[in-house]
Design a protein around this ligand. Sequence first.
Ligand code: ZN
Ligand code: CU
Length: 488
Amino acid sequence: MDTHHHLLIRGGTIVDGTKAPRYDADVAIRDGRIVSIGELAGHSADRVIDATGRIVAPGFIDSHTHDDQAVLSQPELPFKVSQGVTTVVAGNCGISAAPLSADMELPMPLSLIDAPREARHGSFRSYFDALRARPSSVNVAALVGHSTLRAAVMAELDRPANAGEIAAMQAHVEEAMQAGAIGLSTGTFYPPAAKATTEEIIEVGRPLSARKALVVTHMRDEGDRVMEALDETFRIGRALDVPVVVSHHKVQNTRNHGRTKETLAFIQQSMQHQCIGLDCYPYTAGSTMIRTDRGMLDARILIASSVPHPEMAGRDLKDVAAEWGVSGKEAAERLQPGTAIYFMMDEADVQRILAFDDTMIGSDGIPVGEKPHPRLWGTFPRVLGHYCRDLGLFALETAIWKMTGLTARTFGLRERGSLQVGHHADVVIFDASKIRDAADYTHPTLPAQGIVTVIVNGAVTWHDGAHTGARAGQVITRADASPPSGSA
Ligand code: ZN
Ligand code: CU
């Protein structure tokens, strides 16, 4: 037996991502894989990391991201790696980086994460090839976005798709599946897909069925009609016979506060008949494009970014409106296009969803502008520090499972999400007594504290508060995808 390794993590306490109780062990890594876990006193390595007094866990998987372009344009992703995230699921809320062509005009929110026109990708194969040619610091699994498909094939988006358009969207879904996309995301909450019918989504999603690829959804309604939206989501899953994931589950607007008792009961009951997942970010404020409809202006709003008025980033909409001597609605309209932070949830609902057994942690971070929602930099340490350690909402083993093993299982990410011999060496080492999020609404880009070392596919990517420059991330494709052309 070979006892010399590339990397040896000594003396740490393993929380393995399966919810099993922690135990003390060393971890050996060679050629990007975990090769041994146990008492490895006689072993040696090119590099030894002392993890005494620290937790050694699987690298965190961010179940809900909009990092589609960031992995190409900001490939070190410090906002992810600094939190211990080693894998991102991109392409959420109906928005993906492909297929897009240079001549397309993109409406909000698609334009939020757009690339320069010449850097757009006409197919998923092209997108994944670009990522393989210039890897980022994290692994990427991606969904193809239904709103992006609508923009690609429809001349006007304010109506349901016709048969020809549905067929064209299906062909794109098929291409994405063959290239290795893990599923389809929808965002009927947003104008580009608000007029899509349930039937349109089912038909567009037909290529998912044979592969059991997922439908992941930013539902049509997370307010008054949240139960109807859940029902629609589950119906789509049953019609296609595929798993569904309810994105960033929440209930918004004061009059709906407390209704997670209803929604979670319905989710739990429906889980007995079909495969359902859900994710959540640990904050009572959401963030999305600036919009003035659907009661979005009812609560406190912070401007995160504005194309016409970048100087207003970080300001309260009320103050901007007062300064301009106009109504909140008028001010919001003047600030469009842009993004905002909406204080629209109830803390008890957030805690109830986080603590729900099957809830995955997902940041929904939007890597745009200087005043983003703090979830971009703080989500995972906030769950581990504030909610797990300080509030005792769940055990550390459960918290880590919600960001690793559960997520890998839900999205079908093989050989990741738990510390096991043979798995890819995605590992995070942190101090459980010190871990905390530092980003807040005033200083939203402060890196978290307590994350010591982050290893991606065996490469040390973050150590002692600094990025090492490593970019060892891989494209994670669905199991039955055809092998990429040219590479293994
Ligand atoms: Zn969303
Ligand atoms: Cu999202």
